[in-house]
Design a protein around this ligand. Sequence first.
Ligand code: AQP
Length: 332
Amino acid sequence: RPRALSGIQPTAGSFHLGNYLGAIRQYVDLQETHDAYYMVVDLHAITVPQDPATLRANTRLAAAQLLAAGLDPERCTLFIQSHVPEHAQLAWVMNCLTGFGEASRMTQFKDKSARQGADRTTVGLFTYPILQVADILLYQADAVPVGEDQRQHIELTRDLAERFNTQFGPTFTVPAPHIVREVAKIYDLQDPTAKMSKSAPSPKGLVNLLDDPKASAKKFRSAVTDTDTVIRFDEENKPGVSNLLTIHSALTGTGIPELEERYTGKGYGALKTDLADIFVAWVTPFRERTQAYLDDPETLDSVLAKGAEKARSVAAETLAAAYDRIGFVPAK
Ligand code: AQP
């Protein structure tokens, strides 16, 4: 079976609809076809300041949400990144293979550091994509399910895998991004030209899965569209309507052309209200399942412990091979 690997940050507490449709749904699908490894990336979380108690709670909450979304510990390996020390170890190696200029070109870093201000930006945030390279290469992943915003980081991963393999001999699988075009970028409901993001300037267009469903329904009903009345998928001229159609189609499995037909002659209000109802019907059991995992911390911790053990066995083997190629003396 080919391997899949992906990670998700625990920082915001709740995942948002962009995380779910752009990434987590693909995690669930790839369990069926791949030897899949998924992790809650707490090492990535501390690239920005975290309160310790909140980080701990949010890390468990992230794992609970992944299980609630359909990850099955019998069919994939779910773990916490910091439980596998090889991530930090291989990241150091990759840091030493990455050009400073190359790292400086990462657009996510440029955006996030600009938002934070230079004096609050850490070196950790700068090298975050290189830790991500290590995350992926340790598992010899073939496929990396992510949203569009991560494409550049996967490119960097491919470059570094090839660089290492050329310099030291074949060691790493060169991975490919697994990006599902239709849902690769879910947009903010209030600013449909910006990606839905936990760090959006305003939470008004951000749909968090664990928020009160009534509040989320309201966000759908007041989503920004345009002054026209026609329901048609046209990302350039009708980004708001197109985003709503994308979300509707992803949650119901109905094709966009069929939706366009169904809503012919109906106003935007009908689309928004229907979508609000569809979301609430989907998210209500998701929230209940998340709560059930949180209420049973023993099961959750045991899933994560088993996952870490399995992940470590793979990661340790890869790290040992890399260390050997580099010329490190093996520890006896
Ligand atoms: N709007 C989105 N549409 C599609 N996919 C998305 N992802 C994030 N936002 C969207 C994908 O979710 C996965 C997990 O992302 P992360 O843990 O790296 O979180 P993030 O990218 O930090 O989430 P945000 O909300 O986008 O936060 P900011 O803006 O602070 O970075 C990834 O696969 C990502 O592509």
